[in-house]
Each structure stands twice: as structure tokens, then as C-alpha cells.
Design a protein around this ligand. Structure first.
Ligand code: ATP
Length: 196
């Protein structure tokens, strides 16, 4: 699954009437990890939403292997984990992961969730919910992962599972963009500083 090369040029983003960033460029090829850093409000989440096709850029271009990255193409290519995990309270962990893709057992195993497969979302702790949301991203088999503060609520061993999953995605030729204030423990990430 080599990920298409994602290229953004001269991107600008407006939210709530305010220009959050402008003249932003980025490039992400197969197997690469890009870490978005910067202070609160710098626009990391806004950039992830833009890359997911949820917010159109105010200016600039976004392409995937040279093709315009419209909302539809992005929807087929990326998996987004937002601040909110969007774990449903009535569905079991297995059901919510199984809904989005294949490789459910592998995804449950990767985030140490096999023993929680039949547990409904409402009974999960915050960290367990985040692990379930990450397992859903893994099971989606999307070429590009967009992760917003994925380590929130994760203990040390779960953070190690996340690092492994990110490295697995890269080894398969996928790519990953992560907005974080934490150290991820992945090899040779590229860094894009916002608000600098
Ligand atoms: N739904 C929204 N409507 C209007 N403005 C918004 C909305 N969400 C965020 N903003 C504004 O966009 C700017 C960038 O916010 P964003 O969440 O992208 O920053 P961030 O770098 O991810 O911050 P943090 O580190 O706190 O998560 C902020 O000024 C924020 O107030």
C-alpha cells in the first residue's frame, strides 16, 4: 500500500474568521512520519482537519501523487483520529473496530484490546477508549494516518504500542502525520513547527 505523496503548497486556513496559518508547505512520502508541533492554538488540529478534507483550505493547493486532493479522494485515503475518540457507548470494542475495516484481530492485538473485545464503549477508561480509536485507525487500512494528540491518556506501555503501530504503518509504505506535545519514540520523524 505505498501511500500517495501528499504535497501542500502555500496553504492557508481560516477558522472562526481568523487566519490560523498561511504560506504553509508540507510534503509527506510513503514510509514517512511528520510531527506537527507548536503552542496551543497554533493550528495543528486545524491542519489535520484540512488534510482530512473536513475544512477546505482558504488558499493553496493540496495534491496526492499530483492529483488534486479533493474531499472525496482524501476520504478514501486518510484515517483521522481527532481529540474526540468517537467511540460509541453502546457498541462493543470489537463492533466499532469491525465496522471500519478488516484485520480486526490484528488491530485489537496491536493495542492490547483482545480481552476488551466484548466490552461496550461506555465501560471503557479514557486510555482504553483512545486505544480502541487507534485500533480502528489501524483496521481502516488507510494509506495515510492523521493523529491528533494520540498519546493523550495513554500509559507508558500503551505509548509503546502506539509507536510500534506507527512504525508498522511506515514499514508497509503508509505514512503518518501526528500533532503532539509528547515524545513519540518513532525513528527519524520530520517536524513541522506551527506558530513559530
Ligand atoms: N471550531 C472552531 N471554530 C472557530 N475557531 C476555531 C475552531 N476550532 C479552533 N479554532 C481556532 O483555530 C485556532 C487554531 O486551533 P487549533 O485547535 O487548530 O490549534 P492547535 O495547535 O491544535 O492547539 P492545541 O495544541 O491546543 O490542540 C485557534 O485560534 C482556535 O481558537
Amino acid at each position: 500500500m505505498p501511500a500517495p505523496r501528499l504535497i501542500g503548497r502555500d496553504l492557508a486556513c481560516r477558522r472562526g474568521g481568523r487566519l490560523v496559518f498561511r504560506d504553509l508547505g508540507l510534503e509527506l512520502g510513503p514510509g514517512e512520519a511528520l510531527v506537527l508541533t507548536g503552542p496551543n492554538g497554533a493550528g495543528k488540529s486545524s491542519l489535520l482537519r484540512l488534510l482530512a478534507g473536513l475544512t477546505p483550505p482558504e488558499a493553496g493547493t493540496l495534491t496526492l501523487d499530483g492529483a488534486p486532493a479533493d474531499r472525496e479522494l482524501l476520504a478514501q485515503t486518510v484515517a483521522l483520529l481527532g481529540h474526540e475518540t468517537a467511540i460509541k457507548s453502546v457498541l462493543t470494542v470489537g463492533e466499532q473496530i469491525g465496522r471500519t475495516g478488516c484485520g480486526v484481530d490484528a488491530a485489537l492485538h496491536a493495542f492490547d484490546l483482545l480481552n476488551l473485545r466484548d466490552t461496550p464503549g461506555r465501560l471503557l477508561s479514557a486510555g482504553q477508549k483512545r486505544r480502541a480509536a487507534l485500533a480502528r485507525v489501524l483496521a481502516s487500512n488507510r494509506a495515510i494516518w492523521l493523529l491528533d494528540e494520540p498519546t493523550l491518556g495513554l500509559d507508558a506501555s500503551s505509548q509503546a504500542l502506539l509507536a510500534n503501530a506507527i512504525e508498522g504503518q511506515r514499514a508497509r509504505g503508509g505514512s503518518v502525520v501526528v500533532a503532539t506535545h509528547a515524545e513519540l519514540g518513532v525513528a527519524n520523524p520530520r517536524e513541522l513547527k506551527l506558530g513559530a
